[in-house]
Design a protein around this ligand. Structure first.
Ligand code: NAI
Ligand code: 13P
Length: 341
């Protein structure tokens, strides 16, 4: 009998609970609100996210966090990054030291510069049982069984291989990686780059510009990965290049859509309120910028996105500052030289 707790009933938590339900006997999905939990139990549908997806019968929902996690054989965390520490703290009483915890959240914690698995380990202890699942995986497609690939990362390869059967399905192909730092760093930074792509698309700029932002974006991601101790090759994988392409080009990407809406005058608060969705890249713009400054890494696109959303600069001011930079050697700071000019 396998019982898995999925904490967070947004789009991704809901989609992953349906994946896990194919492999576990019982999935308990924790929803932030009691009305959402009640509706899932009564209708087998999430009333707010992925509303066209019928959830398997072995998924039940609750808004009681300890009821969700008590007796679980594994925990999957799918809350927005800004709530992850509080939720992990609240889970500490019911989640034992050895229980595997898979983190789906993408981001870097503001203030501490910690990756999401590190925030979880800080609250729950025993970092070696914490894994990260990442990749080009929009919930809207995964939940309809559209073929996708992901990477499950843990410094303990045997643990990643042991946990893979919990999330892998015939249409959700899961690779393993020992580079959890690289995988998580890629996932956080690519969301910021996607906002920049959305802004460019919203301005009507062409494919060349979008390709330039994505490619210089992966150079930025590579420098931050190198600075956080991740492996450069991870940037070429599913969590890096793969997720960057999906996020920067997909109609499902809330980060790209926010960038487009920003050009039309929509604020971050308005976008998140209207969609009930988290724009992680807007939050990561602050924390990745802090992290990069602390490590002496140049991240001009991240800096530009931060200046637009939080720094009060206009699109023209940011564009002209980016265009005014003197082009450097293409791959500087990606494990082959200094991280800044
Ligand atoms: N949507 C997707 O396709 C994917 C999302 N992710 C990541 O998964 C994480 C969760 O994103 P989504 O499931 O898309 O969420 P979402 O944006 O669809 O929904 C927002 C979530 O925030 C929760 N929430 C709101 N206030 C809260 C509070 N005070 N405490 C705890 N939770 C609260 C809501 O209940 C809901 O679960 C994010 O870090 C995202 O980057 C990763 C891969 C794919
Ligand atoms: O991380 C995600 C997809 O892998 C979700 O973020 P976006 O919705 O911005 O693409």
């Amino acid at each position: 009998m396998t019982r898995v707790a999925v904490i967070g009933a947004g789009s991704w938590g809901t989609a992953v609970s349906a994946l896990v339900a194919q492999n576990a006997d019982e999935v308990v999905l924790w929803s932030h609100g009691s009305e959402g939990a009640k509706a899932i139990n009564e209708t087998h549908r999430n009333p707010r996210y992925l509303t066209d997806v019928e959830l398997p019968a072995n998924i039940t929902a609750t808004s009681d966090l300890s009821a969700a996690s008590k007796g679980a054989d594994a925990v999957v965390l799918a809350t927005p990054s800004t709530h992850l520490r509080t939720i992990s703290h609240e889970l500490a009483d019911t989640v034992g030291e050895e229980l595997p915890v898979v983190v789906l959240t993408k981001g870097v914690e503001a203030g501490s510069g910690l990756l999401m698995s590190e925030v979880v380990a800080d609250e729950l202890g025993n970092e070696r049982r914490v894994l990260a699942l990442s990749g080009p995986n929009h919930a809207e497609e995964v939940s309809h069984g559209m073929f996708s690939c992901a990477v499950l990362a843990s410094p303990d390869r045997k643990l990643a291989e042991r946990m893979r059967p919990l999330v892998a399905t015939p249409t959700f192909r899961v690779y393993v990686s020992e580079d959890i730092r690289g995988v998580e760093t890629c996932g956080a930074v690519k969301n910021v780059i996607a906002i920049a792509c959305g802004v460019c698309a919203g301005l009507g700029l062409g494919d060349n510009t979008l390709a330039a932002i994505m490619t210089r974006g992966i150079a930025e991601i590579g420098r931050v990965v190198a600075a956080t101790g991740g492996q450069p090759m991870t940037c070429m994988g599913l969590a890096g290049m793969g997720d960057l392409v999906a996020t920067c080009t997909s109609e499902h990407s809330r980060n790209r859509r926010f960038g487009e809406a920003f050009v039309r005058g929509t604020t971050l608060e308005q976008f998140e309120r209207q969609t009930h969705m988290v724009v992680e890249g807007a939050h990561s713009a602050t924390s990745v910028r802090e992290l990069a400054q602390a490590r002496g890494v140049e991240v001009p696109i991240v800096e530009g996105v931060w200046n637009l959303i939080h720094g009060g600069l206009s699109i023209e001011e940011v564009a002209s500052s980016l265009r005014g930079r003197v082009p450097n050697t293409e791959f500087y700071g990606m494990g082959n030289g200094p991280a800044s000019k």
